[in-house]
Design a protein around this ligand. Structure first.
Ligand code: 0CH
Ligand code: SF4
Length: 321
């Protein structure tokens, strides 16, 4: 008999990589094959250090701004989070080879914002200030054409008349489903004529990962989200667990980050991973618990995912003759 205390692990499914992240990483890999190193990547391709370090070893060079890359015909990949219109324009002006790894579901939001603007509407973006996706979406339109709204209180504080007819909203793709529903409800209450998507622009992956956490959290005393602190969708998963009553809900990048005092005396632990966290890190964390507990792992599945996004045309292998 094991002298380790028992621990039941409820493993959320879906968890981890989404279709946009798989595509973004594949874009960098394909660009390395097509052009050879160095391939410049503007911003972390996805918010995960393990992924970034693995690509660095293959010859990717991560930069925050375009001017950190030399002029000339080297490829520069834009991250999954998207970029302002000024970025591809600057790349073109400098003769860089621009390769766009923006998730198609983020690009869809960019196009929605553009359509609203063309129809003469002021666009309200629900999102988190300073996040690269928010900077990218705001940067689709001229200065002042998009206003950022983060909270219900921000809606109340908007200096706009209640009968402002030409208004629309779009959202960041990785927000909390519940918080966003409240902000959208506040917008609709204050501006009944506001245009918007059917619900919001939160993507399928964000929705499914939050749903799975909601299902397991009430049964868990603790929950680990494998993900990085700058990963918006991962942070939202931790919040969902906390709000559902998990005594300890933590975001963890690697097993070495776990504070074992916090995770002592657990009977049931939930485990999930943000959309940018590779499965190998989930395994590492479960293995670390297995060193201290006699673990049993049950997968709790709340949705099936089969979304796939092809590579940008310029990186696809030529069709077989
Ligand atoms: O959740 P955020 O947007 O911070 O990004 P991530 O952790 O890199 O996950 C991938 C989503 C990228 C854009 O939606
Ligand atoms: Fe695309 Fe959603 Fe993944 Fe972001 S989280 S990359 S929007 S699928």
């Amino acid at each position: 008999m094991s002298d380790k205390p028992p621990l039941r692990i409820l493993l959320c499914a879906p968890r981890g990589f989404c279709a946009g992240v798989v595509r973004a990483i594949d874009v960098v890999e394909a660009a390395l094959v097509r052009f050879g190193p160095p391939v410049y990547v503007r911003h972390e391709i996805v918010h995960n250090r393990y992924v970034v370090d693995a690509l660095k070893r293959k010859g990717a060079v991560f930069i925050e701004e375009l001017d950190e890359a030399p002029d000339g015909d080297r490829p520069v990949v834009f991250s999954a989070h998207g970029v302002a219109k000024s970025v591809p324009a600057a790349a073109k002006a400098r003769n860089l080879i621009a390769i766009d790894a923006t998730c198609p579901l983020v690009t869809k939001v960019h196009r929605e914002a553009e359509i609203h603007h063309k129809r003469g509407r002021l666009v309200l973006l629900i999102g988190h200030a300073g996040h690269p996706e928010v900077i990218g979406t705001m940067g689709q339109l001229p200065e002042g054409a998009v206003l950022l709204v983060e909270t219900v209180a921000d809606v109340a504080a908007l200096a706009l008349p209640a009968d402002a007819a030409e208004l629309a909203y779009v959202t960041q793709t990785t927000l909390s489903i519940d918080d966003t529903a409240d902000v959208v409800a506040a917008l609709k209450a204050r501006f009944p004529l506001i245009h918007g998507p059917h619900k919001e622009d939160i993507c399928y992956a964000t929705t499914n990962r939050q749903e799975a956490v909601k299902r397991v959290a009430p049964e868990c005393d603790g929950l680990v989200v494998v993900g990085a602190p700058n990963s918006s969708n991962s942070q939202r998963l931790r919040e969902v667990a906390e709000r559902a009553g998990c005594r300890v809900a933590r975001l963890v990048q690697r097993a070495t980050d776990i504070d074992w005092d916090e995770f002592s005396g657990l009977a049931t632990l939930g485990v999930t991973a943000g959309a940018s966290a590779p499965e190998i890190l989930v395994e590492e964390i479960i293995d670390a618990f297995a060193e201290r507990y006699a673990v049993t792992v049950e997968t709790v599945s709340t949705a099936d995912e089969s979304v796939f996004f092809p590579l940008p045309r310029e990186l696809r292998a030529p069709a077989a003759e």
